[in-house]
Design a protein around this ligand. Sequence first.
Ligand code: SF4
Length: 68
Amino acid sequence: MQLQVGQCGLCAHFGEHQPTDPQIIQIRLKKEAPENLVEECGHPNNAPLHLMVTPISGCKGFEPAKQA
Ligand code: SF4
């Protein structure tokens, strides 16, 4: 799946607890991700809920990841 700005796959909070995960780094570089991937959102509002999101999900808490 091709990712757009605003989607979880390009958000700094996507898989935030494992920032060196090569798969997440690749997603940010290529702006592409498998649609069936699920990662935890690290946004302070969502982390206590352990919200799980796919790369094509999104929310208003989006913050661009540094590599994006
Ligand atoms: S749910 Fe919102 S804050 Fe969390 S990764 Fe997706 S866009 Fe970012």
